[in-house]
Design a protein. Sequence first.
Length: 119
Amino acid sequence: VQLVESGGGLVQPGGSLRLSCAASGFTFSSYAMSWYRQAPGKEREYVATVTNGGGSTNYTDSVKGRFTISRDNAKNTVYLQINSLKPEDTAVYYCNAYRKLGRDENNYWGQGTQVTVSS
């Protein structure tokens, strides 16, 4: 199983980034996909989720209206479009795949991609 994030970088406040997470080694279309982030000195926090079919999304309040999560099941990839970036968005962003099927629960994480918002 692999989740490989990309697209992070250094961006000025107000800028935009598009993060990608390429998945392999599992049935991508069966998993809900989420993004989490961890700022320096803080715990990892939830950002957004898209359901396995892409029909439903959920966001933490602090990113609503600025972040958009989406997925392409044909490409086994999940995206996070980040607009109107703020310094407090600076963090390592992690991709997560989750599925609960009966008693079986699978939870996979990527290695993260750094997003730094600074002028």
